[in-house]
Design a protein around this ligand. Structure first.
Ligand SMILES: Cc1ncc(COP(=O)(O)O)c(C=O)c1O
Length: 389
């Protein structure tokens, strides 16, 4: 099976982790701050604070943004995203309010965000779906107008940019994930970038039980006392993971170039296939191409998206679907009621989207094979939709 995503691990990555294993610090050691400093330099932010996952990073960003300080706080999130984006709002006892997406890009629609703002809204979350940066200019204007915090869920978009502004420096807080299929990996891991000094202190405390110093700081001062000043978690990233993250970060540009080459090749091969429509890319942006998403035209093929999914998998093409609108998940339906119809463009898109394999190690012949199979499945089984319905 050709997977839809896969890590790229080299000898240098393995050596970096082995070196960390042989050092005195397996966690809270010097590689944590080296990774953070190198990461902030890479994305152009003033600060970077590492976390044990992208989910922990989102939770910490919500906390640092003050979400949940008032009862009835609301945060606007896109309907199409991984559940972690809106779960982070729930962790802070606030309410996620879902905004629809633009049909051509599946990025959060600033016009629908504007419609969903109420006196209880505290923040907007922009999620850079598939690796494409959102319309941050429009979202920033709304955030400034209504005094809201702008949080970027950039778990797909490390390496992306708008003009010369890199993802990581386009919002008040930007959250990244280093899960294996992401742009770079630390196995599990995450990062928050920000330009705020006080928020950086809050983020560091939050990942360490709400304690104001870490183990290494106390060791260097020969101190045993510590003060827990707020309620936090153990969300720390280990030195082993930071060693891997650092080694991977050095290859980010190469990985991003390769993903973009693969995406370009897909676009040229898919152009003549009328029932396969890749999402559109906004002008002036640098796409990070975490995913390559197409819309499957079931009307003209007679095959539903799920039938296309099954047939491609039978042909060893590991396609996937990102994502069902979050409010359709059973937990959200049980907690907030049936919100069907809330975001019609997201609901429609969910019936059509397919993520094709894309990862730096993919070869040209793999891309060709995916395009050939996409072409072939409609010819193999015409008009099965009406039979299946
Ligand atoms: C959009 C989005 N947000 C958040 C996350 C959570 O990241 P992690 O898996 O590192 O917790 C992911 C990861 O899959 C994601 O794709």
């Amino acid at each position: 099976m050709l997977p839809y995503g896969k890590q790229t691990i080299g000898k240098d990555d393995i050596e970096a982790v082995v070196d960390a294993l042989k050092s005195n610090w397996l966690t809270t050691g010097p590689l944590v701050s080296t990774f953070e400093t190198t990461f902030s330099q890479t994305v152009g932010s003033q600060h970077a604070v590492s976390f044990s996952s992208g989910t922990a990073a989102l939770h910490a960003a919500m906390h640092a943004a003050g979400i949940g300080r008032d009862a009835n706080d609301e945060v606007i999130v896109p309907a199409i995203t991984f559940v972690a984006t809106s779960n982070a709002v729930l962790y802070q006892n606030a309410k996620p309010v879902f905004a629809d997406v633009n049909s051509d890009s599946l990025l959060i629609d600033p016009e629908d965000v504007a419609r969903k703002i109420t006196p209880n809204t505290k923040a907007i979350v922009a999620m850079d779906y598939a690796g494409q940066p959102c319309n941050y200019a429009a979202l920033r204007a709304l955030a400034d107008q209504h005094n809201l915090v702008l949080i970027s869920d950039a778990c797909h978009s490390l390496g992306g940019a708008i003009g010369s502004n890199r993802v990581g420096n386009l919002a008040d807080f930007t959250c990244f994930s280093f899960h294996p299929i992401k742009q770079i990996t630390s196995a599990e891991g995450g990062m928050v970038t920000t330009n705020s000094d006080p928020a950086t202190t809050t983020l560091k405390e939050f990942r360490n039980h709400g304690i104001t110093t870490d183990h290494r700081q106390r060791e260097s001062k020969q101190q045993h006392q510590y003060a827990m000043e707020s309620l936090g978690f153990n969300y720390r990233l280990t030195d082993l993971q930071c060693a891997l993250g650092l080694s991977q970060l050095a290859k980010l540009n190469r990985f991003t170039r390769r993903r973009n080459d693969i995406a370009r090749f897909y676009r040229s091969l898919l152009k003549p296939i009328p029932h396969v429509n890749p999402l559109q890319t906004r002008t002036g942006i640098e796409h990070a191409h975490h995913l390559f998403v197409i819309r499957w035209d079931q009307e003209s093929t007679g095959l539903s998206r799920d039938q296309a999914f099954e047939q491609l998998r039978e042909r060893k093409i590991g396609v996937n679907v990102h994502y069902q609108p979050v409010y359709q998940h059973p937990y959200y339906v049980n907690r907030f009621g049936d919100q069907t119809g809330l975001c019609p463009k997201a609901e429609h898109a969910y019936r059509e989207i397919l993520s094709l394999p894309i990862f730096p190690l993919m070869k040209e012949e793999d891309v060709r094979l995916v395009a050939e199979q996409l072409q072939a499945i409609t010819q193999a089984k015409p008009n099965t939709l009406s039979k299946a319905a």
